[in-house]
Design a protein around this ligand. Structure first.
Ligand SMILES: *Cc1c(COP(=O)(O)O)cnc(C)c1O
Length: 373
């Protein structure tokens, strides 16, 4: 008879593109007794989670909640609910995740007008404006705020302002940006936004916070065609996540994961959202100084660098996989490989949430120094 042992993972330090280190407080929350998903005590937790999500998104949007699936499902939820077949969506693509947005738009039966930028650079406002002029019938502009595949920050505030001038709604990927850099859903007039639990929120993977403006909600409620996805149809989900006492069963919420999300959001609230932004920026400066001392360079220009995702150019003659494997096997340290066009050319060092500490940075730099020697 084959035997199976309890799985005990190694204690890694996660400094890649996500998941990031999960704090012991969040892991403890996960281990608490499971409640029924319509238990009044659980409903209270849902209401608090919603209030905390409104806090981190800086929004008063009523339709703010976590989708019971990872960031990719949040992306799909935004697109299949808002975009109807035949509509035009301007999609900004400067890395892997913008490409996925295009794919989602096309699978929803809509037309994607793709505006590209070089990998490692932000989307230019001029090229987005040109697309808006060329396609006055476009209804949406979609873009990635923090492109995790390249380490580039797009100017979300400016892109949203431009989209509004052309009467377009905005769909924003904030999977890596939420809690890591400045993000203001209401001030910047974002209509639909999705994030992920496992990046700068430092929660376990598998949940996708989303938020929709009243204008977006109105569009969803007045579609000509039903949402193609039953599971992600917000018209049905609001019956479960909606305000007030009456909640109807839609699907069984991932109860314990939601305890973890609540705790991770509570920790951001305790630190203060702005303090969390500042900590990510300060830790990035520290890492950058150390990398420079090791003779390593960052790919992205300073003005569009993401503090929480540092793309490091692999020096000539250095074996990419060998370095990452040694970091993992000898130091229990995970850093990310390059994706797509940047595979083999860069490493991606994440400073996300609970992982963005001086202790981790010292550890990462000293491990890299040993391995590169
Ligand atoms: C990680 C990530 C996603 C996908 O999130 P999953 O939780 O892996 O599905 C989407 N967009 C960006 C920018 C990401 O970094």
């Amino acid at each position: 008879m084959r035997t199976f042992n309890t799985f005990i993972p190694n204690n890694r330090t996660l400094m890649g593109p996500g998941p990031s280190d999960v704090s012991p407080q969040v892991l403890n929350a996960l281990a608490r007794p499971t409640l029924g998903h319509l238990d009044p005590q659980f409903i209270e937790l849902m209401d608090e989670t919603k209030a905390l999500l409104q806090y981190v998104f800086k929004t008063e949007n009523q339709l703010t909640m976590p989708i019971s699936a990872p960031g990719s499902a949040g992306m799909e939820a935004c697109i299949v609910n808002l975009v109807e077949p035949g509509e035009k969506v301007i999609v900004c693509q400067n890395g892997v995740f913008g490409g996925r947005m295009k794919e989602n738009v096309e699978r929803a039966g809509a037309e994607a007008i793709v505006v590209t930028a070089q990998w490692g650079e932000p989307n230019s406002l001029e090229s987005i404006e040109a697309a808006l002029h060329a396609h006055p019938d476009a209804k949406f502009v979609g873009f990635v705020h923090a492109e995790t595949s390249t380490g580039v920050r797009n100017d979300a505030q400016a892109i949203c302002a431009l989209a509004k001038q052309h009467d377009c709604m905005t769909i924003v990927d904030a999977v890596t940006s939420l809690a890591g850099i400045e993000l203001r859903v209401d001030d910047w007039q974002i209509d639909a936004i999705y994030s992920g639990s496992q990046k700068c929120l430092s929660c376990v993977p598998g949940l996708s916070p989303v938020s929709f403006s009243d204008k977006a909600l109105h569009k969803i409620q007045h579609r000509k065609t039903p949402v193609q996805s039953w599971f992600l149809d917000l018209n049905l989900i609001v019956g479960y996540w909606g305000q007030g006492g009456k909640r109807a069963y839609h699907h069984t919420a991932p109860v314990n994961s939601l305890y973890a999300l609540h705790e991770s959001l509570r920790l951001v609230h305790e630190e203060g959202l702005e303090n969390s932004w500042h900590r990510h920026a300060a830790m990035h400066e520290l890492l950058k100084t150390g990398l420079t001392e090791l003779g390593l360079e960052l790919l992205v220009a300073p003005e569009s660098r993401l503090p929480q995702l540092n793309t490091v150019v692999i020096p000539d003659g250095v074996d990419d996989a060998l370095v990452r494997n040694r970091l993992l096997n000898e130091f229990n340290l995970e850093i990310g490989a390059g994706l797509g066009a940047l595979a083999g050319k860069v490493w991606r060092i994440g400073l996300m949430g609970h992982a963005a500490t001086t202790k981790n940075i010292d550890f990462c730099l000293s491990s890299l120094r040993t391995v590169l020697r």
